[in-house]
Design a protein around this ligand. Structure first.
Ligand code: UD1
Length: 313
């Protein structure tokens, strides 16, 4: 039987969690496109026999177009993430996040794909006066990355209205969990906290540490992305993919220290350019229309994540 699902960025941190979610839910095989820029074969190691891995780049339309033939749903997760990286070096992230995303929608339309589920970002909201952030708010992106991710949502709704391609966008809220790579200064903050605690070194907190984020465990995000492939009557829409809570960095560093059994004061540096102050998802629409049902409170997500780093680093 041919594969029904294709995941761009499927060898990455979130993409590989989605691969495992789809396989655990009964799929025989899934297809992955990944250029291995941040994706890693190790992320797919235990499932590699059931993955059709295409090492290619979404910037290359002619290369990806034939790979979408016969696919029912494309999950488009490939991206160059990070707010500060997009400020420092906007060209690569624009190429991948805007031109690459356009290629994916265009290839999906030409191949007759039924639906594209797109990984957007909570950064699209920018700073809002009111929390939690709800999908009806006017987006106010503060960085190239936030704007690039927003463009992908708009392309989804335009491909839906102009060409009849089903498109659902999910705004991911600070996803964390096993396999998040702590290897770059642009890595997700929790992966950096975990690494610092295990190495007994002080992390750097940018700003006063009282900024807050809706940290969302990767398996909850993967489950929601899967549900978004099949929910009826949602094409053209945008939904928050968050947990619904928010925690400060100071609180999180104290929790990570407890898990590791260390006591190390963090270093503090100047706030990061383009940083949003607070972030928290209103999950009402995602719960009602997609069946979103997050299972991992922050304590449990942190515990599982820390155990993974302890075993792997
Ligand atoms: C943003 C988006 C998120 C997106 C991600 C992709 C928001 C609210 N969220 O995450 O949806 O998926 O980009 O990259 O915009 N920090 C430190 N020390 C560090 C690293 C980070 O203090 O060593 C701070 C940052 O300044 C920030 C917070 O931790 O305040 C979270 O940073 P990070 O994990 O990079 O994610 P966001 O930029 O919030």
């Amino acid at each position: 039987m041919s594969t029904r699902y294709l995941i761009t960025g499927g060898a990455g941190f979130i993409g590989s969690a989605l691969v495992r979610e789809l396989l655990q839910s009964g799929e025989a095989r899934v297809a992955v496109i990944d250029n291995m820029l941040s994706g890693k074969p190790a992320n797919l190691e235990e499932v590699k026999e059931r993955v059709d891995l295409h090492v290619t780049d979404i910037r290359d339309f002619d290369a990806i177009r034939p790979l979408l033939a016969g696919i029912d749903t494309v999950f488009h997760l490939a991206a160059i993430p990070s707010v500060p990286r997009s400020i420092k070096d906007p060209v690569p992230s624009h190429d991948v996040n805007c031109n690459g995303t356009f290629n994916v929608y265009r290839a999906a339309k030409e191949a007759g794909v039924r639906r594209v589920v797109y990984a957007g970002s909570s950064s699209a909201y920018g700073d809002t006066l009111v929390l939690p952030k709800v999908e009806t708010m006017t987006p106010k992106p503060k960085s190239p990355y936030a704007l690039q991710k927003l463009l992908g949502e708009y392309y989804g709704s335009v491909f839906h209205s102009c060409y009849g391609l089903e498109a659902v966008s999910l705004r991911f809220f600070n996803v964390f969990g096993p396999r998040q790579d702590p290897g770059s200064p642009y890595s997700g903050v929790l992966s950096l906290f975990m690494k610092a605690a295990l190495e007994n070194t002080a992390p750097t907190i940018f700003g006063d540490g009282e900024q807050t984020r809706d940290f969302t465990y990767v398996e909850d995000v993967a489950a929601l992305v899967h549900k978004a492939a099949h929910a009826p009557g949602v094409s053209g829409n945008v939904y928050n993919a968050g947990n619904g809570n928010r925690y400060s960095l100071n609180f999180l560093w104290s929790e990570v220290q407890k898990l590791a059994g260390v006591s190390i004061p963090a270093k503090y540096g100047p706030p990061r350019e383009g940083d949003v102050r607070d972030s928290q998802a209103d999950t009402t629409a995602a719960r009602r229309e997609l069946g979103h049902d997050p299972q991992f409170p922050i304590e449990e997500g942190l515990r599982r994540t820390f155990e993974w780093y302890r075993a792997s680093c």
